[in-house]
Structures are given as C-alpha cells and as structure tokens.
Write a protein that binds this ligand. Structure first.
Ligand SMILES: [Zn+2]
Length: 195
C-alpha cells in the first residue's frame, strides 16, 4: 500500500490505468470515458488476478510543430507518467503526415500508451448524446490499442476496423475473442509488475 501526498491510498500491486485529459474541459466527456473504463474493467475483474486502479490526470496539450506527427508531442508525456497503461485524450486533431495523409481518431504510443483525439468525433457528431455514445465505444477501442490488441474481424465488435467515426455506430460489444485478448494482455502486465 502506497500513500500519496494528499493522503490517497493506492494498492501498488494493482494494475494501474491512468486516463490523461489534455485540456479537455467538457465534464460529460471525462465522466463518460472514466465510467466506460470502470465498467469494462469491472467486467474483466473476475478473470484478472490483481485488482485494477483507475486514475485520472489533467495536463495541458504540448506545443507541437505543425509539420510533425502530433503523436510525437503527446507520447513522450504519456511515457513519463507512472502506470501500467496510459491513455491520453485530447481535443487536438491528429493525422498521419505520411502520404496519403489522413485524419486519425486514435494512435498507439508504444509502451502501453495510446492517444484518443476528440476532434473528429466533434466534427462528425451532430448532438452530445451521439458524441458520448461513440466515445464509449472508442474508449474500449483505444484501451485495446494501448494493450496491443489488433483489429478484430467481428463486424459487431468495438475493436473492428473503422474507416470513419460513423462506422463505430455498428459496434455493439467487445467480442469474446477480444475480451480474452484484453485479459491476456493485462495479465502479462501484471506478472511484469510483480517480478
Ligand atoms: Zn472483437
């Protein structure tokens, strides 16, 4: 058991998952993403050998040269943060500058970190309910990216390949195969922490 400066007790044998909000000021977005992660992790908990510890941090967006891949600004920050899995969330639009350049809603940052961009979700969602509904699905998907999961072949699964944001609307569940992959990935992190 570890006690932080403000007196909060954390279980240091727990699997720590950190949500890092980069200048995200809409409370409903933070609540939705956090709650989605809590519910999903709770649904996996009986198959994990350690408890999880989900925490939230707030940071400012990094300054990034417009010619660089935006992830180059965010990933080093995520890598510096303590935690088994780190997921960044930003309002900034991210794209892959390598031709054919394209917009991305999420990117892998290696070392068990990933970054979700809200930009395209805002551009392509007409109302808040639709935006939050899509973010629930995207949260599971970006968590999968941080866990090193690959695209799923099940068209109803949140982790299948999505060309556009609206493709997320067909996702209804995290399929059994992906849940097993999540458990395997999280268990392998556990054993490394315990070593
Ligand atoms: Zn799947």
């Amino acid at each position: 058991m570890k006690v932080t400066e403000d007196g909060e007790q954390t279980d240091d044998s727990a699997l720590s998952i950190v949500l890092v909000f980069f200048d995200v000021y809409q409370k409903s977005i933070e609540v939705t993403i956090r709650r989605t992660m809590e519910e999903f992790l709770s649904s996996l908990q009986s198959e994990l050998s350690r408890p999880f510890d989900l925490s939230t941090m707030h940071q400012h967006n990094p300054l990034i040269s417009q010619f660089k891949h935006k992830k180059e600004g965010f990933c080093p920050i995520l890598h510096e943060i303590d935690g088994s899995i780190k997921i960044g969330i930003t309002e900034i639009g991210i794209w892959d500058p390598v031709p054919p350049s394209r917009f991305l809603y999420g990117v892998e940052c290696d070392a068990h970190a990933s970054l979700l961009s809200l930009y395209r979700f805002r551009q392509e969602s007409t109302e808040t309910d639709q935006l939050l509904q899509r973010l629930r699905k995207a949260t599971i998907k970006i968590f999968g990216v941080a866990c090193g999961l690959y695209h799923c072949d099940d068209p109803g699964c949140f982790l299948t390949y999505h060309m556009t944001i609206s493709d997320l609307d067909t996702g209804m569940y995290a399929c059994r195969g992906c849940r097993d992959d999540f458990i395997r990935a999280l268990q392998s992190l556990n054993s490394r922490i315990g070593a």
